[in-house]
Design a protein around this ligand. Sequence first.
Ligand SMILES: [Zn+2]
Length: 106
Amino acid sequence: MDERGGDAVCFKKLIEISPDLVELEDYHLDELRHQCFNVESYNKVYHHYNFTVGMKMSNSADWTVKLNFAEVKKICRIKHYLCYPLEENEKGQCYACKNRTKEWKI
Ligand SMILES: [Zn+2]
């Protein structure tokens, strides 16, 4: 599994499906705030990223930075991508992190 770059792929998928991002003119991945990697079994692998993206909308002169959640699941060799925006204080629904509450207080 590709260790890095999953967040970029996820964000691209989000742009494709999100009506809010139709006006997105330019963007760059900013800060990777959290990531976890969880191997449940050889054919069930999860990789989670919380990352910020600098975004420039065509109807605005300013760049904004938004926090996003991304998860890449690899189940039986097929990758599933999930990505959605988060509020600043949110952490997202991560299957692996939920099982590690000591490491990441929720
Ligand atoms: Zn996680």
